[in-house]
Design a protein around this ligand. Sequence first.
Ligand code: G3P
Length: 218
Amino acid sequence: MKFFIDTANVDAIRRAHERGMVDGVTTNPTLVAREGRDFRELVEEIASFVKGPISLEVVSEDADGMIREARELNSWIDNAAIKVPMTWEGLKAVRVLSQEGIQTNVTLCFSANQALLAAKAGATFVSPFIGRLDDVGHTGMQLVADVVQIFANYDFDTEVIVASIRHPLHVYEAAMIGADIATIPPAVLDKMVNHPLTDVGIRRFLADWEKVRAASGK
Ligand code: G3P
């Protein structure tokens, strides 16, 4: 499973990267706005050490505007993946961009039919937002299972990025389903390593090792 980090905060990306847990980065207008920085400078700084796909979202709502923005964003760095919204205009842009060899990530996906359309349009990635579905009482992870099954049925190349992740259980469930990628908020990644029994076990081993030291006179 590939781990993308779901943030535009350079320090958080760098911390995860130093842990060897960054196969890519996903941003969106909300995450970029939080940083309060020049967009291009921010993107270029991230790309200075992240070599996997970096998702950058267009904000135009018409295909021509999306394509224009995508070509500009794609010129900034070598590893851009252009995020376009799950609309007919977005799918029209994906078809053009994929033929130009520009990576695309169809975002704000909330149904299996939307994911099927994205795959048929030639999207590199599709991002089902599971947390937002959970938030309104649906089972977001069921969408992931359905999309993974559909893509396997027809051997689509489009990769599934499980997005809008809220906690470590989402990562586990996505991995059990066999999703290609989880885009993980830094705070969720931090939690994944924790287990109280591990902490207790370490403390007990260290305490017992003190007895070994005492017996060795060290
Ligand atoms: O990558 C998409 C993700 O950032 C959306 O997360 O928490 O706004 O639903 P959230």
